[in-house]
Design a protein around this ligand. Structure first.
Ligand SMILES: [Zn+2]
Ligand SMILES: [Zn+2]
Length: 348
C-alpha cells in the first residue's frame, strides 16, 4: 500500500491562518489502524504551536491532538481493535517503548521523547500531522477505546483536556474527604471540576472573577471564589489538600501555596512562557509540594475514558465547521468558549 493524501486544515507558516490542504498519511502497517476521524478538539496548545510560541514548529502544521473517530482498516497483526471500533488518539502517537517510563506505562515521559501527534517527527523521520483532518494512521498501541456510552464529540476533548486533569487528580489522590481547588475555568479547568467532583472530592474553583460562578457550580464545584479579591486568600488560607492550576499566566505562587494544608500540593498543568519566581519558605513551612504534570500514559488515558463513561462525563463543547477554525482560535485566545471547540471533521 502506498502513502495516501487526505484532506486537512493546516497552517502553512508560523502565525498564518489555517487553510484547507492535503497531507500524506503513511500506509497502514502491520500494527496500525486507519481511523476515520469524526471530531477533533481545539486545544489552547494548538494555538501556541501554530503561532510558534514554543519555537521550532514544523510547517505546514496540521494541529489536533484530541481525536475521536472510527476504525475503518486494521493492519494484519493488530489484535486490540477491529474495523468499526470507536477510538481516540491523544497528544502522542509513539514513544521508544523500552525505557523505564515507557515500560511503566508513562509514555508521556519517554526518555527518548514521545512522538507528538503533530508538529513532531515520526519514527520514520516524516512529520506527523494532527487531527484537523479526515483520517489518521496510528499504531494500535497508541490508540485508545472510546466506550459506547460516550458520544464521540464530547469524548474528543478528553484525549488532552480530560487526561491532563485526570492524571494529577489521581496521582495526588483527589477523592472523598479531600479539599481540591481548580485554578481557572477554561477547557482544562471545566474538566478538572467535573473529574474531581466525580472522584468524590470537595471542589473549589479559583477564578479571576465570579463571572463563571453559575457555570462552575453546575459543573460540580461546591465553592467558587474570585482570586482578584484579596479576601479570598485570607479566607481560604490552609484549606486545600490539592490545587491544580490550569492557567498559563504566571501565578503569584507564594500566595497560592499559602492556601495549602501541611503536605498539600500545588500542581501546574499550564505554564507561562517566562520563568517564575518563588520564595522557598512558601514550601518549607508546611512541607508543601510545588509540582507539574503532563497528560498521562496510554493505560491511564484508557482508565480515564472508562471512568468518564461510567460517570457520564464528557466535555462541554461547541461544535464548529472546519472553516470556522480561525475564528475559533481568536475566541479561544479571548476566553470566549464554554468550554471546548470541537471541529466536525466531515466539514473539512
Ligand atoms: Zn492539548
Ligand atoms: Zn521510552
Amino acid at each position: 500500500m502506498s502513502v495516501t493524501q487526505v484532506a486537512a486544515y493546516a497552517a502553512p507558516a508560523p502565525k498564518a491562518p489555517l487553510e484547507r490542504t492535503t497531507v500524506p498519511r503513511r500506509p497502514v502497517g502491520a500494527h496500525d489502524v486507519l481511523i476515520d476521524i469524526k471530531f477533533a478538539g481545539i486545544c489552547h496548545s494548538d494555538i501556541h504551536q501554530v503561532t510558534d510560541g514554543w519555537g521550532e514548529g514544523i510547517y505546514p502544521m496540521v494541529p489536533g491532538h484530541e481525536i475521536a473517530g472510527v476504525i475503518t482498516e486494521v493492519g494484519p497483526e493488530v489484535t486490540k481493535f477491529a474495523v468499526g471500533d470507536r477510538v481516540g488518539v491523544g497528544c502522542f502517537v509513539d514513544s521508544c517503548r523500552e525505557c523505564e517510563q515507557c515500560l511503566a506505562g508513562q509514555e508521556q515521559f519517554c526518555a527518548k521523547g514521545m512522538t507528538g501527534t503533530y508538529n513532531s517527527l515520526d519514527r520514520n523521520g516524516e512529520p506527523t500531522y494532527g487531527g484537523y483532518s479526515t483520517h489518521v494512521v496510528v499504531d494500535e498501541n497508541y490508540t485508545v477505546r472510546i466506550p459506547d456510552a460516550l458520544p464521540l464529540d464530547v469524548a474528543a476533548p478528553l484525549l488532552c483536556a480530560g487526561i491532563t486533569l485526570y492524571s494529577p487528580l489521581k496521582h495526588w489522590q483527589a477523592g472523598p474527604g479531600k479539599q481540591v481547588a481548580i485554578v481557572g475555568l477554561g477547557g482544562l479547568g471545566h474538566m478538572g471540576v467535573k473529574l474531581a467532583h466525580a472522584l468524590g472530592a470537595e471542589v473549589t474553583v479559583l477564578s479571576q472573577t465570579l463571572r463563571k460562578q453559575e457555570d462552575g457550580l453546575k459543573l460540580g464545584a461546591d465553592h467558587f471564589y474570585a482570586t482578584s479579591d484579596e479576601a479570598t486568600f485570607k479566607e481560604l488560607a490552609g484549606r486545600f489538600d490539592l490545587i491544580v492550576s490550569t492557567v498559563s499566566a504566571p501565578l503569584p505562587f507564594d500566595a497560592y501555596l499559602g492556601l495549602l494544608k501541611v503536605d498539600g500540593a500545588l500542581v501546574n498543568v499550564g505554564a507561562p512562557e517566562e520563568p517564575v519566581s518563588l520564595n522557598l519558605f512558601s514550601v518549607i513551612g508546611g512541607r508543601k509540594t510545588l509540582a507539574g504534570s503532563m497528560i498521562g500514559g496510554i493505560a491511564e488515558t484508557q482508565e480515564m475514558l472508562d471512568f468518564c463513561a461510567e460517570h457520564g462525563l464528557g466535555a462541554d463543547i461547541e461544535v464548529i465547521r472546519a472553516e470556522e477554525v480561525n475564528e475559533a482560535y481568536v475566541r479561544v485566545q479571548s476566553g470566549d468558549v464554554r468550554y471546548r471547540f470541537v471541529i466536525d471533521t466531515s466539514t473539512i
